[in-house]
Design a protein around this ligand. Structure first.
Ligand SMILES: [Mg+2]
Length: 361
């Protein structure tokens, strides 16, 4: 089963933080300042979506579409708290408590055995939905399928508070996927979809009809992956990744002796090394980060921390090194000796595209 919270940040605002906002178009994002504000909508309630507002849209545009929408800044900690609550509930339903968090508002649950206690898997899905709604006040949608890839697609078919069931039979799986657009697959982004479109390939059904050899000139090494997933094949076992959301990964280095400000190369080198160690951990945990923070402690113990948030999440070590170094160059006081250097990445999310097309293209 794949469980995805509906309009997550906006729902937490409407049902938990500000119940007076229920039924209203709500956007989580920067103040649009009557259309002159900058920044993007991070989440939109379904009422806001009815006005054409979408997550990722500039707030100025959202304001234009619906000047009456309520804009709230958002409270990330409350989203993390709610997430920990419903993840714990999901754990009660999984076989041996097996749950795989995919992001703050999404998880896979292994229910092969639990399902057998119900007449139909839909009943289990409904019970999960009801339990989450009663206990956390939040709506979610559920996809039930023979594997993670298909379950995730199923969840998106019917939202909010939807349940979509794809039977185990491989023929039914293939039939379910066939009419869907190629980018319904988790891991097929805009770039890949465009590339396929150039060859008039729009649906997963078309890919099912092709051989890997026929796909090869278009997708290269990604062909085998794409063909499998389009055909509903996903052999990944559901591996539990622990109960809590990790907020950040950081490493620092305290120098035995204060480093003189002129030793820039040495300081740069140290940053690079710290970044390498962080990137290793990020990769091992199959995560991505959005925010990079550099911490600097000077010889007199004054400490500064400066951050930059990237437009998109990444797990790329070169990007991490470059951003950390830029922050360091820009923010450090070039006259003061350095006692400690640290780097932190936060805004972590599961690297869902790992082992998929972006690795091959
Ligand atoms: Mg969601």
């Amino acid at each position: 089963m794949h469980v995805d919270m509906d309009a997550y940040f906006a729902s937490v605002e409407q049902y938990r933080n500000h119940s007076e906002l229920q039924g209203l178009p709500v956007c989580v994002g920067h103040d649009p300042k009557e259309g002159k504000g900058r920044g993007v909508v991070r989440a939109a309630s379904y009422e806001a979506r009815n006005h054409g507002i979408r997550a990722g849209m500039p707030v100025s545009r959202a304001y234009g579409l619906c000047p009456d929408a309520v804009f709230v800044r958002g409270d990330f900690q409350s989203y993390v708290d709610a997430s920990n609550e419903f993840m714990a509930l999901l754990r009660e339903f999984g076989d041996e408590g097996r749950v795989r968090r995919a992001s703050i508002d999404e998880a896979y649950i292994e229910v092969t055995f639990t399902c057998k206690k119900y007449e139909h898997p839909r009943e289990l899905a409904l019970e999960i939905q009801t339990t989450i709604k009663n206990s956390t006040k939040l709506p979610c949608s559920v996809g039930i399928a023979p594997n993670m890839s298909v379950a995730k697609i199923a969840t998106g078919i019917n939202k909010p508070m939807g349940i979509t069931y794809v039977p185990q039979n491989p023929l039914e799986v293939v039939r379910f996927l066939a009419p869907l657009p190629v980018d319904a697959l988790n891991g097929v982004g805009k770039v890949t979809a465009k590339r396929l479109q150039r060859y008039d390939i729009e649906t997963l059904g078309q890919i099912q009809q092709m051989s890997v050899a026929e796909l090869w000139p278009i997708m290269g090494k990604g062909s085998r992956w794409l063909h499998k997933r389009a055909s509903g094949i996903d052999e990944r076992p559901l591996v539990d990744n622990g109960p809590r959301i990790r907020r950040s990964i950081s490493k620092d280095r305290t120098f035995l002796e204060d480093v003189e400000p002129e030793a820039v190369n040495y300081l740069h080198e140290t940053i690079s090394k710290i970044c390498d160690r962080i990137a290793e951990k990020v990769k091992k945990k199959a995560l991505q980060f959005r925010t990079v923070t550099v911490k600097l402690r000077y010889a007199d113990y004054t400490t500064i921390q400066r951050s930059r948030t990237l437009p998109v999440s990444t797990g790329d070590v070169d990007m991490l090194r470059r951003v950390a170094r830029e922050i360091f160059d820009k923010k450090r006081d070039p006259d003061r000796a350095v006692r400690l250097l640290g780097v932190k990445v936060s805004g972590l999310s599961e690297n869902s595209t790992q082992m998929c097309l972006t690795n091959f293209l």
